[in-house]
Ligand binder design. Structure first.
Ligand SMILES: [Ca+2]
Ligand SMILES: [Ca+2]
Length: 98
């Protein structure tokens, strides 16, 4: 029973095309999003860095988010002044001045 019924074959191809068209925009979006991960070389201010590390944009950098910057992660105890378990923008930027 491997034969495909002619009626099935008639809608199978358009369905495959529709599915491909459906997947295309997400592929294009993924390709467009990729360059954003790489910071423009001139944009290395602490505020720009903070914005990039704060991936969920809640205004704080969590320990999970800081793992992307091992150099800062090792100074966590020192930088987290109020010991709330996250780095505020002020705490993060202050870490660059010291
Ligand atoms: Ca965050
Ligand atoms: Ca803190």
């Amino acid at each position: 029973m491997s034969r495909i019924h002619p009626c099935t074959r008639r809608w199978l191809a358009p369905a495959a095309i529709a599915l491909a068209a459906l997947l295309m925009p997400s592929v294009a979006a993924a390709q467009k999003a990729a360059p954003q991960d790489k910071a423009p070389p001139q944009d290395k201010s602490p505020h720009a860095l903070f914005a990039r590390i704060d991936t969920n944009s809640d205004g704080k950098v969590s320990k999970r988010e800081i793992t992307r910057m091992p150099g800062i992660a090792t100074r966590w105890q020192e930088l987290d002044k109020d010991k709330d378990g996250s780095l505020s923008r002020e705490e993060f930027v202050a870490g660059f001045r010291t």
